[in-house]
Design a protein. Sequence first.
Length: 556
Amino acid sequence: MGGMADEGGIAKRLRNKFKKESAFALYTPFFVCLASGKLDSETFRHFVSQDEHFLKAFAQAYESAEECADDDDDKIEIKELRKSVKEDLKMRDSVVLEWGFELPKESAPDDATCKYTDFLLATASGKVGEKYPGKIATPFEKTKVAAYTFGAMVPFIKLYGFISDKIQAVLDPDDSSHIYKKWIDSYSSKKFEASALRTEDMLDKLSISLTGEELEVIGNLYHQAMKLEVDFFSAQPISQQTVVPLSRVYDPAEHCLTIFCDFDLSCTATDTSALLAEIAIITVPKADLDGSKTQLVRMSSSELRSAWVGLSSQYTEEYEQCIESITPSETVEFNYEVLCNALEQFSDFEKRANSRVIQSGLLKGINLEDIKWAGQRLNLQDGCKWFFQKIVQNGNLETDVHVLSHCWCGDLIRSAFSSGDTNVQNVHSNELAYEESISTGDIIRKVESPMEKLQAFNDILKGSSNDSKHLTVYIGGSVGDLLCLLKADIGIVISPSLSLRKLGDQFGISFVPLFSGVVNKQRELVEDGSYNWKGLSGILYTVSSWAEIHAFILGS
């Protein structure tokens, strides 16, 4: 961590590193209801009543940090921060009244509140993993404790700012009926942001002389603070019906949650066709494999690389031409059948491209074991594998998971999900043909195009032996996913290609941030008594990370 100075101070690095934890707070039933303006006021009063306990812990932690700091300027700054917290405590009741709410006279701290405040005060007293029990031995150790204390406080403050900004973004600025608008405004204010930046700056200053190991301690404290905050928001008592997390909303006796997912660049960080080509190039077998009739004549590495460069360049050029040819010059009203007809041309292009790969012999001679080895080490997007692990591990969920992919090799996908407890085996893709575990260079063509993905999607739902109704979620980001994304009850777009956005915009498809969509559904639920996630609406939901998908579907 010490060698990452180009990424800014430690506060910024840790904020970016643990950004995904913020999504788990944002998608809690509490904040979804609050953002919708339909949160039960008693629930909100209880939530705000916990502020007193947090503020008192902060004041005490600042006092300890001030004692531990060895720089006079730092002591002055920390003292000012403590003074600000004490003023907030004095003004707390009047501020809550200004928001339009009255607090109960006394309120005991919740278990989740105690877990964070106990953690913070233990850190401030020097008990970091029991490494410094009791009194701190040296002045230098005291300085470290001051840094550790800020490491445990900063994420708390920044998380409130992040959440209020996200909620602010989904509000109608002309809607004066939102009863929590003043609370949201207070945490989106320049004053609050300035206070948060002051705490981050102090964390940076106090950490500047620490070793890599000590910075790692701060990272662990920061992460722990984030998790305890998420637990606090998740533990808020919600008596009303909510739309999140999706997996717990529907009765498993009546609904089966069926999740479909693309693989290339939705789950992976890289395109698997390039990976398979690279495996072929660097694992050229010797001219004589074993003297048997399975022997395959192979090109040299240089010939293979040249062939791949040519195929790749041709694919890119023709892909752009194809997208251009099927994209309307002016935006049209969403019509699924019209879009299907346009993507028939795209399907023909994909099939021609695969035929060229087969004819080139590029994939000839790849060993199945090399493919499995590469799959197990494939770099998946952050949070992807964890999401599927949680689904597989949760025996209470009535959930089917299917991967639909244009990948040339299903074994690569199955290997990527085979480690640990993931084991996603419902893979629908093309397959390489083998002779005694050695690729012949042929592709067994099963899922080459958007139309075939859609056919697989429909066949899976028709072939299910489950009598329950299906609630379908499709996760993808390429043009090949477009028909399935729109057909699913909930189409989630992650890492979208530029061509997908361009094509979608021109065909009248709306791209809505998922959090905004969830908040709107919560409003529908309260106002109309029901809500519906419904396919073929022309609406797709966008996310920035797998953490958002995880938080929305499974919760924290």
